[in-house]
Design a binder for this molecule. Structure first.
Ligand SMILES: *Cc1c(COP(=O)(O)O)cnc(C)c1O
Length: 374
């Protein structure tokens, strides 16, 4: 029984040789030009990423976190302002808001899509609400038509947290054009990953684009003239070079993630029918890019322990909803306030879904899951 190699949750060392060579060549080019910051590789990446998303402006930045932060700064969000977001997400979604001394306001999720529930949104809007920041969690877009309708009617801006959703679509439009601004992450584990930290902001608004460009260079429009207070949020040229090599592969990788998800769905269909596992659901009008393949199971921690005994990797995104984080106690939330997020935090488990998984590995994960659930 023993001796089979473990299946990791993620393996960033599985590179095909052609890609590895293309990356090496492009990184060499950066060294040859000596333009390590804001060089031609960055211009090329911003052009091709904007084209990929179908958006007018893409601005390369240091990380997904900084993409959120600089977007909020561009909207002039600060003390006294409220930004509505999901409590069931990576910390940065709310951390960026709090760093500007604005107040994150958490609205519970739709238990089917794990995304901010528009039905609960309107009640959370106050005269202080400046922005709604939906998170396209796990690679599936939030219900943007409903969110947009409310945002437009109530006069608030939308900032998409698209960090997990590069290539995802909603009614044919890509994540990144579904609000006023969007933040992307190219952290190595994301669907499009750099060789370190990197991110991007996208927008169709030329004024917001200009403000973001200025803010990532300390708010300077001309050298040593500062119109506003920004920071250093520039993407390294080496990261841009890596991303230029990888971007043409993105669509294929996302397709492969969808295939793996379809294979899991097939293998788990009976278990789902019997109620021993809940499959992720792709909404009709959306293209899910499965940044994570997440199921719900009873006795989640027991299931994970049994998977681990069989050498199968898994992960939990996210075990503690943000409204219950210690650093946010002053916001005044309590256990039970956002029950769907709290329930999801106890029930979800993510399975390996990275594009380089082999068919054999996918089946071994599926076998192990079926043997681990009641
Ligand atoms: C990864 C991620 C971020 C932050 O991106 P970094 O590049 O790691 O700073 C923000 N929001 C969500 C939903 C993410 O998954």
């Amino acid at each position: 029984m023993k001796s089979e190699k473990p299946v990791p949750m993620l393996d960033l060392k599985r590179y095909d040789e052609a890609l590895r060579q293309d990356i090496a060549r492009r990184v060499d080019e950066v060294f040859a030009t000596g333009k390590f910051v804001m060089g031609p590789a960055n211009d090329e990446f911003e052009r091709s990423f904007a084209e990929e998303v179908g958006v007018a402006h893409a601005i390369g930045v240091t990380s997904g976190t900084d993409a959120l932060l600089v977007s909020l700064m561009a909207l002039n969000i600060g003390p006294g302002d409220e930004v509505i977001t999901s409590p069931f997400t990576f910390f940065a979604s709310a951390g960026a808001v709090a760093r500007l001394r604005a107040t994150p306001v958490f609205v519970d999720i739709d238990p089917v899509t794990f995304n901010l529930d528009p039905a609960r949104l309107e009640a959370a809007i106050t005269p202080r609400t400046r922005a709604i920041q939906p998170v396209h969690l796990y690679g599936q877009c939030a219900d943007m038509d409903s969110i947009q309708e409310i945002a437009v009617r109530r006069g608030v801006t939308i900032l998409e947290d698209a960090c997990q959703a590069v290539g995802a679509t909603y009614r044919g439009a890509s994540a990144g054009v579904l609000g006023n601004l969007a933040a992307f992450s190219f952290y190595p584990t994301k669907n499009l990953g750099a060789a370190g930290d990197a991110g991007a902001v996208t927008t169709n608004d030329p004024e917001l684009a200009a403000v973001v460009r200025s803010l990532r260079m300390h708010g300077s429009s001309a050298t040593y003239h500062h119109d506003r207070i920004g920071g250093n949020f520039r993407m390294d040229a080496i990261q841009a070079a890596v991303l230029n090599a990888k971007l043409p592969r993105l669509a294929g990788w996302n397709e492969r993630r969808r295939q793996i998800a379809a294979r899991y769905a097939e293998r788990f269909a009976d278990a789902a029918q019997q109620g021993s596992l809940v499959l992720p659901r792709e909404a009709d009008d959306r293209r899910h890019v499965y940044h994570q393949f997440v199921v719900r199971v009873p006795d989640r921690d027991g299931v994970r322990a049994r998977l681990s005994e069989r050498g199968i990797g898994s992960a939990v995104f996210y075990p503690i909803p943000l409204h219950l984080q210690d650093c946010f106690v002053d916001l005044g939330y309590h256990h039970g306030d956002l029950p769907e997020s709290e329930r999801a935090a106890k029930e979800v488990v993510a399975l390996p879904v990275f594009p380089e998984l082999t068919e054999n590995e996918i089946d071994r994960v599926a076998d192990a899951v079926l043997a681990s659930i009641p």
